[in-house]
Design a protein around this ligand. Structure first.
Ligand SMILES: *Cc1c(COP(=O)(O)O)cnc(C)c1O
Length: 397
């Protein structure tokens, strides 16, 4: 028997979501998540993935995963501290630290998990976290979990950050204060102003935490946003994803040995959730090797991003102020945005509408993510379809 209270709660909730247009529709892929995908028996140009370098389907990573699976099996068998630490987990962490230019690194099962665990391991009740208002959901949840006071700073507004930092410091109310930001903001593709942030952090003794989920493998010739500004010794937490440009699954923090030692004994997802599968750890490690040996993956990604943005702009679209391959096509109106993406999918381009509450009301957009795996022909085809549909619904002339 199911609980009547629960059923009522769920049915009312689902009804409300539906009436607000917030109910998720989830498409199922019957192919690998590559530059072209199969959805509902149809082949589409895929501009919706975070698979920036095309690594999710790279033969070198697949081979590494197969070899590790043959040697270690499909599961790690336990949490890291009990007996789930395999030598490949340590090798992966060494590889990450080397790539990020830090003393050490710690890997988690996902970047979401990583933010939950790493923020709350360091920040406590009696502390404060200054958070950019557009930070990712996992940062927001990690901050909440920590019990620290959360102070919002206006998006990328350094005057506001300085004001909040000054007030928090002068109040004397907090044991320690952290500033946390996305390295690359995933909705607009803008890059955190790290040189100014580092200066403010130094002035007010802030701990600094950069979530570079969309920066690693992308900005700074692939080394990420912190490295792009040469600030490896100014940022305490260089956090990143193994699931986006790296193409696998997982998250990590790179930082000082002291920080990583602390996280290995205090971050709860590390202590209480089974470690990355051997295949995932080995594939992720191989991704760092590949990025290091073949800078052309990153070069192609950046070229494809710049080309695609320029072509859409030429066609008359508003692509916002992205500084990365993330290509928002801003329509504004929510219904128009839904209609636009529906028609694009019908015509052969897979993108998702992003509307309120993910972005502010009246800032609806579709977000296109060209990758290193897209050919110029695919991008040209996509631009032609964007143009056709854009004219059809009166977005461009
Ligand atoms: C995607 C993303 C995450 C979560 O990454 P997963 O590895 O998929 O859990 C965390 N932070 C930011 C900024 C992200 O964009």
């Amino acid at each position: 028997m199911t609980s009547k209270v629960l059923t009522e709660f769920l049915e009312t909730g689902l009804g409300e979501l539906k009436s607000k247009g917030l109910l998720n529709t989830i498409d199922v892929l019957s192919s690998a998540n590559g530059p072209k995908i199969q959805v509902g028996g149809k082949e589409l140009i895929n501009l919706a993935s975070n698979n920036y370098l095309g690594f999710a389907t790279r033969p070198e990573l697949i081979e590494a995963a197969k070899a590790a699976t043959d040697k270690y099996g499909v599961g790690a068998g336990a949490v890291r501290t009990i007996n789930g630490t395999l030598d490949i987990h340590i090798e992966l962490e060494k590889q990450i630290a080397e790539f990020k230019g830090t003393e050490a690194a710690i890997a988690f099962q996902s970047a979401f998990n990583c933010n939950m665990g790493a923020i709350s391991a360091v920040m406590k009740k009696g502390d404060a976290i200054i958070s950019d208002e557009l930070n990712h959901a996992s940062i927001i949840d990690g901050c909440r979990l920590s019990g620290a006071k959360i102070l919002r700073a206006k998006h990328q507004d350094m005057t506001d950050l300085e004001r909040v930092a000054k007030e928090a410091t002068e109040s004397g109310a907090y044991n320690k204060i952290m500033y946390i930001t996305d390295g690359v903001f995933s909705m607009d593709g803008d890059i955190a102003k790290l040189p100014e942030i580092a200066k403010i952090a130094e002035k007010y003794n802030l701990i600094t935490y950069v979530d570079d989920a969309h920066g690693s493998g992308v900005t700074g010739n692939g080394a990420g946003t912190v490295a792009a500004f040469g600030l490896q010794d100014k940022i305490d937490f260089q956090m990143g994803c193994l699931s986006k440009a790296i193409g696998v699954v997982g998250g990590y923090v790179a930082g000082s040995k002291t920080l990583i030692d602390w996280l290995k004994s205090q971050a709860r997802p590390f202590l209480f959730s089974t470690s990355l599968t051997p295949g995932a750890a080995a594939a992720a490690k191989e991704a760092f090797v590949l990025m290091h040996e073949h800078p052309e993956f990153n070069k192609t990604l950046i070229e494809n991003g710049n080309y695609f943005k320029a072509e859409l702009k030429k066609a008359g679209f508003d692509t916002g102020k992205s500084e990365t391959p993330i290509t928002p096509v801003i329509l504004g109106d929510e219904e128009k945005t839904q209609e636009f993406s529906k028609r694009l999918i019908e015509e052969g381009v897979y993108v998702k509408p992003i509307v309120f509450p993910t972005v502010p009301l009246g800032r609806g957009r579709v977000r296109a993510m060209p990758t290193a795996a897209h050919t110029k022909e695919m991008l040209d085809d996509a631009v032609a379809i964007f143009t056709k549909v854009g004219k059809e619904i009166g977005l461009i002339n």
